[in-house]
Design a protein around this ligand. Structure first.
Ligand SMILES: C[S@@+](CC[C@H](N)C(=O)[O-])C[C@H]1O[C@@H](n2cnc3c(N)ncnc32)[C@H](O)[C@@H]1O
Length: 231
């Protein structure tokens, strides 16, 4: 994605979140049983998913691998005098935080671009026991939809992109591990079945689908077990 296109995408996502008065409430409802002091958004883009927390005395951190991390985010948060957001450039696969330090970790539509197992392991590591991970993924249906839309519009690049991701995702599901070599797309889809398998290894459990879930991009409320070695 070109830089201008990326910035435009981030601003659109910000406007869509901040223009919808119900979105903050929906996020807060997902974590209503939790005392929240630290929130992390992984692959944060503009960081709009942190908006529900700006009026609380929380530490809010957005990480993204993009070289321009925080450029749009700092502009859109600038008019808010409440809790500031700290933007950090880092990869989801190597989060620069100590273990168990966040009460809530959010990852919205960023997992498809990562090494899924490594990124989920990092999110599990930095989430405190009984903390919550709010995760939104790309299902196979997302790329099928992209393929058909591309076909109807004669957009062959879009079709090729969707096809490559579907091949990468199919291999991930068959082999149980993501193949990240040049010929194969590093982007992948994820099914709930494979997600559950990855999460179980990490002591994470899906509690429920969240209200913003849809067939193309399912969303999950996931809890980290208190102590996975407790018998
Ligand atoms: C589709 S955007 C979603 C942005 C934001 N979460 C939202 O909902 O608007 C995907 C984001 O993931 C980031 N990203 C891609 N690979 C990443 C990685 N390995 N580690 C951290 N962020 C990554 C991209 O830079 C981009 O900002």
């Amino acid at each position: 994605m070109a830089m201008n296109e990326y910035d435009e995408y981030l601003r659109t996502e910000w406007e869509s979140f901040s223009g919808d008065s119900t979105r903050s409430g929906k996020t807060l409802a997902e974590i209503s049983d939790l005392d929240v002091a630290r929130v992390l958004d992984v692959g944060c883009g503009a960081g709009q998913e942190l908006l529900p927390f700006v009026n609380d005395p929380c530490t809010l951190v957005g990480v993204d691998v993009a070289p321009t991390v925080g450029v749009v985010g700092r502009q859109v948060f600038a008019h808010m005098r409440n809790t500031p957001v700290i933007f950090v450039r880092a990869a989801a696969e190597a989060l620069p935080f100590t273990a168990d330090c966040f009460d809530v970790v959010i990852c919205r539509l960023s997992l498809p671009y990562t090494h899924n197992a490594k990124a989920l392991a990092e999110m599990a590591r930095v989430t405190r026991p009984e903390g919550i991970l709010l995760l939104k993924i790309h299902h196979l249906r997302f790329y099928l939809d992209k393929f058909w839309k591309g076909l109807r519009a004669g957009d062959y690049l879009s079709m090729i992109h969707a096809s490559r991701v579907m091949v990468a995702g199919a291999l991930y599901h068959c082999l149980g591990t993501q193949i990240r070599v040049q010929l194969i797309s590093s982007e992948t889809f994820l099914s709930e079945w494979l997600l559950r398998r990855e999460l179980t290894k990490l002591g994470l459990t899906i509690r429920r689908e969240t209200p913003d879930s849809n067939p193309l991009t399912p969303s999950f409320n996931i809890v980290k077990e208190r102590c996975r070695y407790l018998i």
